[in-house]
Design a protein around this ligand. Structure first.
Ligand code: PHE
Length: 367
């Protein structure tokens, strides 16, 4: 680092050399500056009043100069100070500008990069199929209803003609809410096992005629397997009017299946049993995988069982008789279909669990 030398020779040539040395050192230091803080340290070393290089020049060169050289040295020192100060200022500006350039460079935005795209969500396949089913019936003039998922024993079983302790209840085992022993059996809460309780709820609210579909979530104490889940969805249907016959039931469901699976699908009705319908039937569709020829999916029968249905049992109308449901004057049909089951058939899904796992690789196929 530069220190101010004592001068013994005050001749102009010697002074020129001393000044040139000083500026040589100054320029070298300026070239080595990289940051604002480098520059500040450098400035203080050169310009500090107390002991700065320029003050030392004053003290060592001017004050010690012989009388006859004082004038010349004084003038040179003044010039030198002005020049040095200007160089120090210029160095500051240069540092400043170059740090602004690096800052700008680091903040550079590539506006040609594509932005972060937020994928747009779509309806879950189960809801999509549920809505599709509902839409088919809406187009036939049906209204849409809803009911609670936590239901009373009365609506889920009793009013649907499942008497207490009747063995038909065993086919729809479910979860009961705990700690309800003091309540009357019919008031005890449970997770509904089907959407059929909303049949009664709808008939309590609406006088006949009614045509209504009711989508919703239901629960069963069923072990999970490829096609069964303890929580699933159903769409219930109910039509009550004068002169409703089993032919209306068949025609309505046949039309609905053709709308959902295509016009070549066939339906057939097989005797079955539900406490709340009489007669009751299971509806089957011709296998949509093999067209009815027989394959592994339909267990080589050509038919796939799809839903339960039947004519509303007069015992059920008894529970809503006061609202105009007199079984000597009116009749009705009802049906209930599993949404996942229809979705599995429509999309050829192998495992019902895929609907609930939330894996986007599965779900995005339906986008
Ligand atoms: N609720 C019945 C079930 O879950 C289906 C059904 C509905 C049957 C309406 C007949 C009439 O299995």
């Amino acid at each position: 680092m530069y220190t101010v030398p004592k001068l013994d020779d005050y001749s102009p040539a010697a002074l020129d050399r001393a000044v040139a040395d000083l500026f040589g050192a100054l320029d070298a230091e300026i070239a080595a500056l990289h940051s604002e803080s480098d520059w500040k340290e450098f400035r203080d070393r050169w310009m500090a009043r107390k002991n700065g290089v320029l003050t030392q020049v004053n003290d060592t060169w001017l004050k010690a100069a012989p009388k006859d050289a004082k004038r010349d040295v004084g003038q040179r020192v003044n010039e030198l100070k002005a020049r040095a100060e200007a160089a120090i200022d210029a160095a500051h500006e240069k540092i400043h500008a170059s740090s602004a350039v690096t800052k700008l460079a680091s903040e550079r935005l590539d506006i040609t990069l594509p932005g972060i795209r937020r994928p747009i969500g779509v309806k879950h396949p189960v809801l999509r199929v549920q809505d599709e089913i509902v839409a088919v019936f809406k187009a036939m003039g049906y209204s849409v209803g809803e009911g609670p998922e936590v239901e009373t024993d009365y609506y889920n079983f009793e009013s649907l003609n499942f008497p207490p302790n009747h063995p038909a209840r065993d086919t729809q085992d479910t979860l009961f809410i705990a700690g309800q022993e003091q309540k009357a059996a019919r008031d005890r809460l449970l997770l509904r096992t089907h959407t059929s309780p909303v049949q009664i709820r709808s008939m309590e609210k609406l006088a006949p005629p009614v045509r209504i579909v009711i989508p919703g979530k239901v629960h069963r104490n069923d072990p999970l397997d490829a096609t069964h889940s303890p929580v699933f969805h159903q769409v219930e249907g109910l039509a009550v009017d004068t002169n409703i016959t089993f032919s209306d039931l068949k025609g309505t469901l046949d039309h609905a299946m053709k709308s959902l699976f295509g016009s070549s699908v066939k339906t057939r009705f097989y005797p079955s049993f539900f406490p709340f319908t009489e007669p009751s039937a299971d509806m089957q569709v011709s296998c949509i995988f093999c067209g009815g020829k027989g394959c592994r999916k339909c267990k080589f029968s050509g038919w796939i069982e799809l839903l339960g249905c039947g004519m509303v049992d007069p015992n059920v109308f008894e529970f809503v008789k006061q609202n105009g449901y007199d079984s000597s004057k009116i009749a009705g049909f009802a049906f209930g279909m599993g949404v996942e089951r229809i979705a599995i058939l429509k999309y050829g899904v192998e495992e019902i669990q895929l609907f609930y796992e939330g894996d986007v690789r599965f779900l995005e196929q339906f986008a």
